[in-house]
Design a binder for this molecule. Structure first.
Ligand code: TSB
Ligand code: ZN
Length: 583
């Protein structure tokens, strides 16, 4: 998808289009007050205060019409430069602009741009006349807090995009439409995977029965893998005391991502944002020898994070999430080997799911940011060098990103691109010399001396939430057989003659715990077959005279128009193996 920000000419046009939008809004809503209207990758937006008015899609159509009218009038866009006091006077009725002007130093050259009856404060540059802004579209409107702060007033943010020719605009809109079709929020709704409800809260999705099946399959899949690799799985509460998070350092370095605390009797709890502290305590519950290490403590752990309300998104970015988490306690000599094993596991899982489009990011600290990152340069340098070393040895391609580390250490993040919106991290593996120290953890080395273990934090799926969002988009909802909520849909050609045989096939499949639906409704065969496709069920069986008389099964796989026939027993083996092999 094109990035408007990477094309200078398109940037100017989109910026001018933001002004055109503001002018049209002012014509239609004379009390409108304007905050900022920047260009973004996908076009532009403008944040506008319309008092109590909440815009909807119909309003966007009206605004767009007005924009077209202004564009046809073809007024010139003229630049003026002013002093700070002139600017303060000119925009005296516009509190948001006054705010902007006040933030400027007195020697800044302040400029504004006028087109007909509308003037906006702006650095520019702009196109020469509004006539040039011809091929544009307003895309959506949403709420946005003034200055992005939830304590401030909610403004209306209108998004749009502009191009120099009609074809580019149409291509772009088509791509956008395709991305929306692939958006896991749409597919998740169509296939009844999850829902949200205001009474539960923002970013707190409810997994519906179909979603719960997918999640359970994912849990089983990764649990089996981790068990084979020697992980020890635990269950721990999804709260901890404030003191626990003071001990870990989250209270000092991660508080803005946490829900506020709650007092019960003489204890003060928080909903946990991470479960590492709990695992530190489990490790510390016993004395360990170097011979016991690595110790790998795993959990499907529910965590809560205060994500900005504008950032929460379907299952991809939630406030209540379940991590496929583990903390690996190792000796310094074991770091490399264990880290490599985690990377292998990530690659192995991605292969199983056919995930190909991802990048590795080495997330480092920002040395200047002493608030977010604990202050111990030696420890950081050692940890960062160690990670680089392993990545170079593994010969994986990666890029470095400053300021993306966890507060306790650098990490390797695997980044993927959702259908809509910026990249997100799926898997992560993080190196930590800090938490084991803060919890006074130790093991006895071969000389009988106490040593501090090193911890690797890792999540292969990341969270079940985000991973499900991702595979919904990757597969467009057409899950592989082993993962699908309904695996087999049986359609008798005629209920009167074939229902009995169809029921026997259903019973046969049920004995193997296969998730099967028998569609015995009195609907036309073609209708039922179409619906089976819409629901993206991997196998649709069509059973009629021939199948009943010859004890066979005719089936279609999702997305194919070819019907294949197998003897019943062979079909039975075929399905069982396909599921077993997660084919
Ligand atoms: C791996 N303590 C570590 C853990 O041991 C940790 O919490 N790391 S994390 O902060 O990077 O989160 C782990 C993974 O959770 C991320 O890689 C990402 O895939 C997923 N994740 C993080 N925030 C969200 C969110 N708001 N919604 C959905 N998934 C999320
Ligand atoms: Zn952790």
């Amino acid at each position: 998808m094109i990035n408007i920000k990477e094309d200078e000419k398109l940037c100017v046009l989109n910026h001018s289009c933001a002004h055109l939008l503001a002018q049209a809004v002012k014509h239609l809503y004379e009390d409108a007050k304007f905050w900022v209207g920047p260009v973004i990758k996908e076009g532009f937006y403008y944040d506008i205060d319309l008092g109590d008015i909440k815009l909807n899609d119909d309003d966007l159509v009206k605004i767009e019409k007005e924009m077209k009218k202004i564009s046809k009038d073809g007024k010139k866009i003229i630049r003026h430069e002013l002093s700070k006091s002139e600017a303060l006077d000119m925009f005296k009725d516009d509190p948001y602009k006054i705010d902007l002007i006040n933030e400027m130093t007195s020697d800044t050259v302040i400029s504004c741009y006028t087109q007909g009856d509308f003037t906006d404060l702006c650095r520019g540059p702009h196109v020469e006349t509004v006539k040039e802004i011809k091929y544009f579209k307003l895309l959506k409107v949403s709420g946005a807090y003034y200055k992005g702060d939830s304590k401030n007033k909610m403004l209306q943010r209108i998004y749009g995009v502009a191009f120099y020719d009609e074809e580019s605009l149409n291509d772009y809109l088509k791509e956008l439409e395709e991305a929306r079709e692939r958006d896991h929020r749409k597919i998740g709704k169509d296939l009844s995977i999850f829902m949200n409800h205001d009474l539960v809260g923002k970013g707190m999705p409810l997994w519906l029965p179909n979603g719960a099946i997918v999640r359970k399959q994912l849990e089983n899949y990764i649990y089996e893998k981790e068990q084979k690799l020697g992980y020890l799985h635990v269950y721990t509460p999804c709260v901890g005391t404030v003191d626990l998070y003071k001990t870990s350092g989250h209270w000092d370095h991660y508080k803005e991502n946490m829900f506020p605390s709650m007092k019960v009797d003489d204890e003060e709890f928080v909903l946990r944002p991470m479960n590492c502290p709990h695992h530190m305590l489990i490790y510390g519950n016993e004395i360990h020898s170097y011979r016991d290490l690595p110790i790998r403590i795993g959990e499907f752990a529910t965590d809560f994070r205060y994500e900005a309300s504008g950032a929460v998104k379907g299952l991809e970015r939630v406030r209540c999430m379940c991590q496929n988490d583990a903390h690996l306690f190792v000796t310094p000599e074991q770091i490399k080997d264990e880290f490599k094993k985690v990377v292998s596991l990530i690659l192995d899982v991605y292969k199983d799911f056919g995930i190909k489009n991802y990048t590795f990011r080495l997330s480092l600290r920002d040395k200047e940011d002493k608030e977010k990152y604990f202050d111990d340069d030696d420890m950081w340098n050692m940890a960062e060098d160690k990670l680089r070393e392993v990545l170079n040895e593994l010969e994986v391609d990666y890029h470095e990103a400053i300021g993306e580390a966890a507060f306790y250490g650098p990490k390797l993040d695997v980044e993927v691109k959702p259908a809509v919106g910026p990249e997100v991290t799926l898997s992560t593996c993080q190196l930590d010399f800090l938490l084991p120290r803060r919890f006074n953890l130790s093991y006895i080395d071969s000389d009988g001396e106490k040593q501090v273990p090193v911890v690797l934090h890792r999540a292969i799926f990341g969270t079940f939430d985000r991973f499900t969002a991702f595979i919904l988009e990757e597969t467009k909802g057409a899950f592989p057989l082993w993962l699908a909520p309904i695996q087999v849909n049986i359609i008798p050609v005629n209920n009167e003659f074939h229902l009995e045989y169809a029921s026997s096939v259903k019973d046969m499949l049920l004995t193997h715990d296969i998730r099967v639906n028998l569609d015995s409704r009195n609907e036309k065969l073609s209708y039922k077959m179409r619906e089976s496709q819409i629901k993206k069920i991997p196998l649709t069986l069509i059973l009629g005279d021939k199948e009943r008389d010859e004890n066979t099964i005719s089936y279609r796989t999702f997305g194919s128009n070819e019907t294949k026939t197998l003897p019943k027993e062979e079909f039975e083996k075929f399905v069982i193996n396909k599921i077993k092999n997660r084919d």
